[in-house]
Design a protein around this ligand. Structure first.
Ligand code: GRG
Length: 303
């Protein structure tokens, strides 16, 4: 079956974004209701200031591809991934890390609400995301063991073996030229782990078979790498105004796929990962046209 046309994908992304935004609004107001006003405002800024919402959309799409019935609680589960993603961007933009002024075309959270509130809000989002995932699983109807497995997938991806560990390697690698295997290892953790978890969490919550879970994990790992290669290509070829964020990788003397392989080879490698992701679906007999379209979107996106 052919993948949906680009227009269909754009409509799908827009249609799915709306319930994701609603779930994020619910999450911020409920989970941070007892905290100081400056922290709540910083969290609200970091979580609800746009973005593609790719991770939650992948989670919901995976859930449905595995036969799960869409319900608001599925979006609450998906939102837990975005809470982790949001905290990582808020902290990554701080002066002690990238010292960024612009994110998603707006002032970064600390520029708008101060460093102190941004640090505290980001830290509060981590346990809030875990609670959000656990509660959403129960609302979906997952039994205890499955709810724990889903939440565990989120926390493992966010932790030292995943995103945080990848960020450590990234920071330590600044100013040093990393080889291909090192770069893959770094980005499988820093960027790939949470994208992979998006697929795995959706599959687990839907009660997918081990074969489907494996296929979605493989798909997630491949699009995770493709996503980062595409990010490096965008960073090298687009302006900060177009991307709505700064500073660029070059400002930190970071190793990138473009620096290592050049633009053409980087594009080829990204495409290979997309094909690998789509093949993983086929091998498991998963008829999932939107997942195929999303894999292509990961490398064709313009921001
Ligand atoms: C203190 C070592 C240490 C870690 C703290 C800051 C941090 C945790 C982790 C940083 C992780 C990070 C910044 C990963 C980058 C992932 C990435 C490619 C982000 C861009 O994702 P998009 O394009 O963004 O999906 P939007 O804006 O669309 O949501």
């Amino acid at each position: 079956m052919a993948a949906p046309a680009q227009d269909d994908l754009a409509a799908y992304l827009e249609e799915r974004r709306q319930p994701v935004e609603a779930a994020l609004e619910r999450a911020v107001s409920v989970l941070l209701s007892g905290v100081a006003e400056d922290v709540r405002r910083a969290a609200h800024h970091g979580v609800t200031s746009g973005g593609k919402r790719l991770r939650p959309i992948l989670c919901v799409t995976s859930f449905e591809a595995c036969g799960g019935q869409p319900a608001p609680a599925v979006y609450d589960l998906a939102a837990s991934l975005e809470l982790i993603h949001a905290y990582s961007l808020m902290h990554d933009d701080l002066p002690c890390m990238d010292d960024a002024e612009l994110r998603r075309g707006r002032a970064t959270t600390h520029r708008a609400h101060g460093e102190d509130a941004t640090m505290r809000a980001g830290a509060a989002l981590i346990p809030a995301a875990a609670l959000q995932a656990l509660d959403a699983c129960r609302a979906i109807g997952c039994e205890r063991e499955r709810a724990v497995a889903v939440t565990r997938a989120l926390l493992e991806a966010a932790g030292a073996g995943g995103m945080v560990g990848g960020q450590w390697i990234d920071l330590m690698g600044e100013g040093r030229a990393l080889g291909g295997a090192e770069l893959d290892g770094l980005h499988r953790r820093k960027t790939g782990a949470l994208l992979e978890a998006s697929l795995v969490m959706g599959a687990l919550a839907a009660g997918a078979s081990p074969i489907l879970q494996g296929a979605l994990r493989e798909y997630g790992a491949a699009i995770g790498l493709a996503f980062q290669i595409a990010d490096d290509i965008l960073d090298a070829t687009q302006t900060a105004e177009t991307l709505g964020k700064n500073p660029s990788d070059a400002a930190f003397d970071k190793s990138t796929y473009v620096a290592l392989y050049g633009l053409d080879e980087a594009r080829k490698r990204a495409q290979e990962q997309v094909e690998r992701a789509i093949a993983a679906l086929g091998t498991a007999g998963l008829e999932a046209p939107m997942l195929r379209a999303l894999a292509r979107y990961v490398v064709e996106r313009d921001r």
